[in-house]
Design a protein around this ligand. Structure first.
Ligand code: NAI
Ligand code: MG
Length: 497
């Protein structure tokens, strides 16, 4: 299904096509490790898997083929209550444990994730649709890295703010999205635990599997019961989690719409809140940039994880003098992206996470063509079952197009041009969001200037989508507030006594 040949469809033949003709094909290379998925998962509360008080279960499907892979317990208000009670009980002893001891648990969790990395990668790919090479080489190793990093902090909190006594907040309620399920869980849980908080976390309804599998790891690591609790379900369960009076803080990653609902919900309470919401990042290419490297960076910026990335470089701003050449190279590059079975090790672009998300992408793409922007799509063949979308780029995009303003959260790039640095900055900042940005140029001084002028939490220079647990991540404006990662991220889970 992933076999394809490197041809520049429609135009003149590419060099590989001239040399190899039709001979250059990819054989299937499926990842075959056993993801060890159970038929049914209960909620993880008080260190045990417990049947939901709701009595209900919902299906989790594989978006690559629409088959049901497991049943997940649905948490109602009573289940949310039970999870908070367990977390509150655990807080008494966990928060008093010496940091050195908490660090040992985090370290153990990290090691166990590494031990079962291949199994987790397959499970993550089957449940969410992302290419196995990404879950294998990015999601799972980075999740382990976050636990390792915060294991290091647990006994060094006195150095986080020298001279101050930092204490945990209490029980933290956390809600995460479906684009990086295990990784977002690690971003949330590791700093909370290092600081001495306990946690009630809800994974997204389409991707609960690896959280529940992590429950098994937490048992194996002998983490004290109730320190981490997983409840599953959709928005209603999330709303109950957010509203619960026991929560000292809510940490949310997801859509800006839901972020706003939560902000309203918490207004007037003394709960702390951090929000990591949407983005519409500008990836800015100057005419002195290394063009082929920039093309790769732009492709990685928008097609990584099918574009289901809050910091995706979804708006390309390319300097007018090289725009034509750049777009031509980009078209050739997306023609050879391999789209299809996420479990194939050669796949570049996997399945869209859900039918709802596919519908949303289609609707926004239709608005682009209806508005007069010019669409180019990879001519790849898509599998006939499952949710897929062809890598797509739009030229002739103006700032008033919805595809230039709204988060598409799919493999769709909107291209605008600019002449001067000032125009690039003006256009890049002309957005309701402010999560990330990219700059491609040969000039170091221009990179520094751009990084101060761009209103974005992260600015990458001559690269894109690079992450490290020690580097804080978060947004401005409607992209949210609070940071995750680094000392700043840690401090969002504590207070000065
Ligand atoms: P969403 O914001 O509804 O879902 C994220 C999480 O919030 C899920 O766990 C969901 O169950 C939970 N949730 C939903 N309603 C809630 C409520 N009232 N209170 C508490 N929790 C609630 O995002 P959705 O609908 O899955 O995706 C819609 C769009 O949001 C996407 O197309 C994308 O543009 C954006 N999005 C952005 C993300 C990011 O990382 N910036 C992640 C996911 C979605
Ligand atoms: Mg699923």
């Amino acid at each position: 299904m992933t076999s394809t040949r490197p041809v520049s469809r429609g135009g003149s033949p590419s060099v590989p096509e001239l040399i190899f003709g039709d001979l250059w094909q990819y054989d299937p290379a499926p990842e075959t490790a056993d993801p060890r998925i159970k038929l049914r998962y209960d909620l993880f509360i008080g260190g045990k898997f417990v049947a939901p008080k709701s009595g209900k279960y919902f299906s989790s499907i594989n978006p690559a083929n629409e088959q049901i892979i497991t049943e997940i317990a649905l948490a109602n208000k009573n289940d949310v209550d039970a999870a908070y009670s367990a977390a509150a009980k655990a807080f008494t002893s966990w928060s008093k444990l010496p940091g050195r001891e908490r660090g040992k648990y985090l370290y153990r969790i990290a090691r166990l994730i590494q031990d079962r990395a291949r199994e987790f990668a397959v499970a993550e790919t089957m449940d969410g649709g992302k290419p196995i090479k990404e879950s294998r080489d990015f999601d799972i190793p980075m999740a382990a890295a976050h636990f390792f990093y915060h294991a290091g902090w647990a006994d060094k909190l006195e150095y986080a703010v020298p001279g101050a006594n930092i204490i945990p907040l209490g029980v933290v309620g956390q809600v995460i999205p479906w684009n990086f399920p295990l990784l977002m869980l690690a971003w949330k849980i590791a700093p909370a635990l290092a600081m001495g908080n306990t946690v009630v976390l809800k994974p997204a309804e389409t991707t609960s599997l690896t959280a529940l599998k992590l429950g098994e790891i937490l048992q194996e690591a002998e983490l004290p019961p109730g320190v981490v609790n997983f409840i599953c379900g959709a928005g209603e369960t999330g709303a109950a989690l957010v509203a619960h009076p026991t929560a000292a803080k809510i940490a949310f990653t997801g859509s800006t719409d839901v972020g706003k609902i939560i902000m309203r919900q918490l207004a007037g309470t003394d709960k702390k809140l951090t929000l990591e919401l949407g983005g519409k990042a500008a990836n800015i290419v100057f005419d002195d940039s290394p063009v082929d490297q920039a093309v790769e960076g732009v492709v990685n910026g928008i097609f990584f994880n099918q574009g289901h990335v809050c910091c995706a470089g979804s708006r390309l701003l390319v300097q007018e003098s090289i725009a034509e050449l750049f777009v031509e190279k980009l078209k050739r590059r997306i023609d050879v992206l391999r789209v299809g079975n996420p479990l194939d090790k050669n796949t570049d672009v996997g399945a869209i996470n859900s039918r709802d998300q596919l519908d949303k992408i289609c609707e926004l793409v239709d608005s682009g063509t209806a508005g007069g922007a010019e669409m180019y799509q990879s001519k790849c063949d898509l599998p006939t079952t499952g949710f897929y979308f062809k890598p797509t780029i739009f030229t002739g995009v103006t700032q008033s197009h919805r595809i230039a303003k709204e988060e598409i959260f799919g493999p769709v790039l909107s291209i605008l041009t600019f002449r001067t640095l000032e125009e690039a900055v003006e256009k890049a900042n002309n957005t309701a969001f402010g999560l990330s940005a990219g700059v491609w140029t040969d000039k170091g001084s221009r990179i520094l200037k751009m990084s101060t002028l761009l209103k974005a939490g992260v600015v990458w220079a001559n690269t894109f989508n690079k992450f490290d647990p020690s580097s804080p991540f978060g947004g401005y404006k409607e992209s949210g507030f609070g940071r995750e990662g680094g000392r700043q991220g840690l401090m969002d889970y504590g207070k000065i006594a």
